[in-house]
Ligand binder design. Structure first.
Ligand code: HEM
Length: 422
């Protein structure tokens, strides 16, 4: 832990010593050390629309203030998603160029985006969520009841991953007992070689072939069966999606596996971490469980499970006093916008009963705004209702290990102890 404080201290000094022109927020080492904050603090104050000429991801613009991010996110005519929505390392780009790209509607512009999104939306619409809620609750109870009391456990592994895998299995109607395959495949998709379970590019490709093969088989079974309310069946029968080619099917599947996995998983871990760092908030929650939904939103803001989304300019565009050129990469740093005190009062603090807790950028805005946002909130709400019924407290037993990524902002492990049951 002391080492981590040193790294953060050094990061602040380095940030303010460096010329503004070369400042580069896209450094996974800083994200893994939780030491990136000073860069955004400086960019918001001194260069809210900023150009990094050189990085492992190539050159890119950073947009770091809340309202500027909203402006980019809601202007899909100028800021296109077609060329991908995350910073991609030059190495990963070269690797991707070797095979056909998996396309999904998060990286499409209208009209195709809108048509495909419309087919997926009903799976996570209120009526279907109501159908899923009791199953999620029952399965959450099973996972929590199996936790050992009085010994150190890894919350990420035993709870966050289990719960999100379980919800995804429910969403896909994927065999429940094989749910951890979904976690594994999501980790395979999001990590570069040397990180998470990925040993090499070949290893990644082989494992993802197994993933997509398994889903292809489920698709084939469901396309011949009567329509049901799971996602695969909806895609297989949906007018806009039933003729998807294999790359599009794989892309949309990958999107849902990642979209519904890392983000929610890291919010579950983030809630336990934040409540421990702010014990008065934890006490407030215990005394008043009606605060759970607002605590969930505050955690989603405070954690910001996806640090950024990226766009590509379709034309030269004047923005924030700068000229963004056609084809330039533009990164909306949600993680920074969520700490902008021009819009959010006392943004560093975690306050579970703040007014308007859904005022945050974590789900994005505009036509790509997270389609699963209500499912994520529902899942988080149910898990905390079930936790509070069972455990008076979950205690942090050490600092978390953080994800080495400038995109997924989360935890690899989080040691905790549950001292007793209610
Ligand atoms: C706390 C949890 C979650 C967070 C923070 C999150 C965040 C995001 C963000 C930032 C975007 C892009 C918004 C933009 O570009 O403006 C997005 C899109 C998306 N998310 Fe989520 N998400 C979460 C949970 C989920 C879940 C549970 C699902 C799956 C069921 C899901 C599925 C998707 C899909 C399909 C899109 C693409 C929407 C489109 O392009 O129209 N997400 N999400």
């Amino acid at each position: 832990m002391d080492g981590a404080i040193d790294i953060r201290h050094e990061a602040r000094a380095r940030t303010y010593a460096e010329p503004l022109e070369t400042l580069n927020p896209a450094q996974p080492d800083l994200f893994a050390a939780d030491a990136f904050w000073p860069i955004f603090e400086r960019l918001r104050a001194e260069a809210p629309v900023h150009y990094t000429p050189e990085s492992a991801y190539g050159p890119f613009w950073s947009v770091t203030r809340y309202n500027d991010i909203m402006a980019v996110d809601t202007n899909h005519q100028v800021f296109s998603s077609e060329d991908g929505i995350a910073l991609q390392s030059l190495e990963a780009k070269a690797e991707a160029a070797k095979r056909p790209t998996r396309q999904s509607f998060i990286s499409m512009d209208p009209p195709k985006h809108d048509v495909q999104r419309k087919t997926v939306s009903p799976v996570v619409a209120p009526a279907n969520l109501e159908r899923m809620a009791p199953v999620i609750r029952e399965r959450a109870g099973i996972i929590l009841d199996a936790l050992p009391i009085g010994e150190e456990i890894d919350w990420v592994d035993l709870v966050s991953k289990e719960l999100t895998a379980m919800t995804l299995a429910t969403l896909f109607d994927f065999p429940f007992e094989e749910r951890r395959k979904l976690t594994h495949w999501s980790d395979m998709m999001t990590n570069a070689p040397g990180h998470g379970p990925v040993q090499s590019w070949d290893h990644k490709r082989q494992e993802l072939d197994v993933c997509f093969g398994t889903f292809r088989q489920l698709w084939n079974e469901r396309v011949d069966a009567p329509p049901k309310f799971d996602l695969i069946s909806m895609l297989a029968h949906g007018e806009a999606t039933r003729n998807m080619d294999v790359n599009e099917f794989n892309g949309n599947l990958g999107l849902l596996i990642i979209g519904g996995n890392d983000t929610t998983r890291n919010t579950i871990s983030g809630s336990v971490y934040a409540l421990n760092r702010y014990p008065a908030q934890y006490a407030k929650l215990r005394e008043n469980p009606a605060l759970i939904p607002s605590m969930v939103s505050e955690t989603i803001r405070w954690q910001t499970p996806l640090s950024h989304m990226r766009r590509t300019a379709t034309q030269d565009f004047e923005f924030g006093g700068k000229t963004i050129r056609k084809d330039d990469s533009v990164v909306m740093w949600y993680v920074s916008g969520n700490r902008d005190d021009a819009v959010i009062e006392d943004p560093e603090a975690y306050i579970i009963d703040r007014p308007r807790p859904r005022t945050h950028l974590s789900f994005g805005f505009g036509i790509h705004r997270c389609v699963g946002n209500r499912l994520a909130e529902l899942q988080l709400t149910i898990i905390w209702e079930e936790i509070l019924k069972r455990f008076p407290v979950i205690e942090l037993a050490g600092e978390p290990t953080r994800t080495h990524s400038v995109f997924v902002k989360g935890y690899e492990s989080l040691p905790v102890v549950i001292p007793r049951r209610n």
